[in-house]
Design a protein around this ligand. Structure first.
Ligand SMILES: Nc1ncnc2c1ncn2[C@@H]1O[C@H](COP(=O)(O)OP(=O)(O)O)[C@@H](O)[C@H]1O
Ligand SMILES: [Mg+2]
Length: 623
């Protein structure tokens, strides 16, 4: 029951997206890491220059911030020696050190600012490019592509995935560059100060890595579960919310509530667990760091004492002695060293999610396109003589729907297509519009194979009114002129008068400038249908197609619409598909369709005389 809303589905993807604080949550892996990574790099080509500049600037900025503690160490040593009354120590050295540090941090500020800005710009450019490509691609995809996918999924690629790529580029890539440079830089610094202390830092590293790894692994499991559960709850809410009427009509509120409770409980449980583990992470890492702090402090103090015995300053890297000021420096470095390494693991998982998002983007970009038309003809003003020659068609290759359909439709006539639901009536119309390609056979208009003209050229010659009144958010006027913006207001009003839409439009608050949207309750279904008919007429088509335009409509409005349809069909070849046969008894030609075949054709009287399929169909409605 409550499952009819897939066309308006917002981009909620079930599964591990988003979720979780600190980017640890949405842990999704690309199906094919290597391939996707290659393509991803290719996308980065457009930002090659800013990327290289960012790296260079980051190296400069980070080098400065890495050098600073070392200078501070020198200053502190100098202060220490002054305190101990060492006559080699001088106050000016301290001042020089402090000024140098100030300069270093200033340079660091400027360059990291520039690299951030560059990266921000670059990431926006990448996502802009991807959106452009996607938009371009979406207009080239065959309808078949959309038939087999949920609108929400295609939307989600456009919105969520591209957004994810942009954010990730902006934040993670910058972080990644910083981490790598910092780790290398700090390592070099440490080893040039004291080899043995560096060795201790390296030995302590696995401790924090193991702890982080353990917690991440567990929390990720629950974050994935949490994201799934959240998707479930969202989906459920959406379904119930958009189908309130159905739920109430079948008095299923209680069932909906208990279903919701069950899903919500599950979400609570997974949310609680994932938060417990992610809550563990910081304290544990802090503990590991503090432990390292204590060990390094202890050892370096011993080294300093040893150094003081030797004069307090200027030791080689393999000495067990240390300058007093370097204790702080070293502690500083050991922190700067461990942090980015634990961060790398996180960045990597975020990056994998990004690759998974990119993979979906690439999937869309690489999907098979509509067969390109070799345009050799152009349709001008049409007479509207249409022929079907041996049409064979199936939506999927293994299920052929139309087999060898032949038909000749004289110009300017009204043709009705009748038959049971699912017989293939709309399919025939789809083929005339070239929404789908024939398996074999051909359709000609005025002797021209429609395959030899561009789709745009073909479609601008054909007007279409469908059962679902498709109007978009905007004013009535915009909607009416959608097919032909050059129409004058006078003509628009004239046509609206002729289809009996003018009256109700003028009674609306803002007349033709009234904004209509999906939820607009001030316009009835029938009135919307009148607008779509007016719109089709205003596009000046040479061929008109009306597919079940009177379904979903009350009988009183139906009479209005039938009148409007008659006007829409004047002076052009037209196809009418209607359930109620009363609408089509006057048709010049009736095509009776069953199981994808035209089983009978002729006018009403001829068909009634045959006492065949049409005869039975007609009698079943009017007996
Ligand atoms: N986009 C599509 N993809 C796959 N099958 C389709 C599609 N549209 C219609 N069909 C199938 O083709 C058959 C004919 O459908 P259609 O032409 O819409 O029938 P109707 O005569 O009611 O207009 C039906 O069995 C329907 O399920
Ligand atoms: Mg149909």
């Amino acid at each position: 029951m409550a499952n009819s809303s897939n066309t308006k589905r917002p981009p909620v993807r079930k599964g591990p997206m988003g979720g979780g604080p600190g980017g640890m949550g949405g842990f999704e892996k690309p199906k094919n890491f290597k391939e996707t990574f290659k393509k991803f790099l290719k996308e980065l080509k457009v930002i090659k220059t800013p990327l290289i500049l960012t790296i260079i600037f980051s190296i400069i900025a980070i080098s400065m911030s890495i050098l600073a503690p070392r200078i501070m160490g020198e200053a502190l040593t100098e202060i220490g020696l002054l305190l101990f009354g060492n006559e080699n120590a001088s106050f000016t050295t301290i001042i020089t050190c402090l000024i140098t540090m100030g300069c270093l941090y200033a340079i660091n500020f400027v360059f990291s600012l520039i690299s951030q800005i560059l990266m921000g710009k670059a990431s926006v450019k990448v996502s802009f490019n991807l959106r452009e490509k996607l938009k371009h691609k979406l207009s080239k995809l065959p309808l078949n592509y959309y038939d087999t996918r949920e609108t929400g999924d295609v939307l989600s690629v456009f919105v969520n995935d591209v957004d994810n790529i942009q954010t990730s580029l902006q934040q993670s890539l910058n972080q990644l560059i910083n981490c790598v440079i910092t780790v290398v830089g700090v390592f070099v610094m440490m080893i040039t100060i004291n080899f043995w202390l560096t060795l201790i830092v390296l030995c302590l590293l696995p401790l924090s890595l193991l702890l982080t790894g353990f917690v991440m692994k567990h929390s990720q499991k629950y974050f994935t579960r949490q994201a799934n559960d959240l998707g479930d709850v969202n989906g459920h809410i959406e379904e119930i919310y958009t189908n309130q009427k159905t739920v109430k009509a079948y008095t299923n509120e209680q069932k909906a509530i208990s279903e919701f409770k069950e899903k919500n409980d599950r979400l609570y449980e997974s949310g609680r667990k994932s938060n417990f583990y992610s809550g563990l992470l910081m304290p544990l890492i802090n503990f590991a760091n503090n432990f390292g702090y204590v060990v390094i402090s202890l050892v370096s103090c011993i080294f300093v004492l040893k150094g003081l015995e030797l004069g307090g300053k200027g030791f080689g890297i393999f000495d067990f002695a240390l300058e007093i000021g370097y204790v702080v420096t070293f502690l500083n470095y050991s922190q700067q060293f461990t942090q980015p390494i634990t961060q790398l693991a996180q960045i990597f998982s975020v990056f994998q999610t990004t690759l998974a998002a990119s993979e979906r983007v690439f999937e869309v970009l690489e999907a098979e396109e509509e067969v390109a038309t070799v345009v050799t003809n152009k349709l001008g003003k049409l007479e509207g003589h249409i022929t079907f020659e041996n049409l064979t068609f199936g939506y999927t290759p293994n299920k052929i729907l139309l087999k060898n359909v032949n038909c000749d439709i004289p110009k300017g006539k009204m043709v009705a297509i009748v038959g049971p639901t699912g017989a293939g009536k709309t399919t025939i119309v789809n083929l005339i519009m070239r929404f789908y390609e024939l398996n074999s056979g051909k359709i000609t208009i005025d002797g021209i194979d429609i395959k030899t003209v561009s789709r745009e050229n073909l479609r601008e010659k054909i007007g279409m009114v469908l059962q679902d009144t498709w109007l978009f958010n905007g004013t009535i006027k915009d909607n009416l002129k959608y097919g032909n913006v050059n129409v004058s207001d006078e003509e628009m009003i004239e046509v609206c008068k002729s289809v009996h839409a003018h009256h109700f439009i003028t009674t609306l608050e803002n007349g033709y400038d009234t904004v209509i949207n999906e939820t607009a309750t001030n316009i009835s279904q029938g009135q919307k249908q009148l607008l779509t008919i007016a719109r089709a007429i205003l596009a000046h088509p040479d061929i008109m197609i009306l597919d079940e335009a009177t379904s979903n409509i009350d009988t009183r409005t139906e009479i209005l619409i039938q009148k409007a349809m008659k006007i829409a069909m004047e002076n052009r070849t037209s196809f009418v598909i209607a359930h109620r046969l009363s609408t089509i008894v006057n048709a010049d030609k009736i095509l009776v369709v069953n199981n994808g075949n035209i089983v009978e054709q002729g006018n009403h009287n001829e068909l009634m005389k045959q006492k065949g399929f049409y005869f039975n169909l007609y009698n079943s409605q009017f007996s």
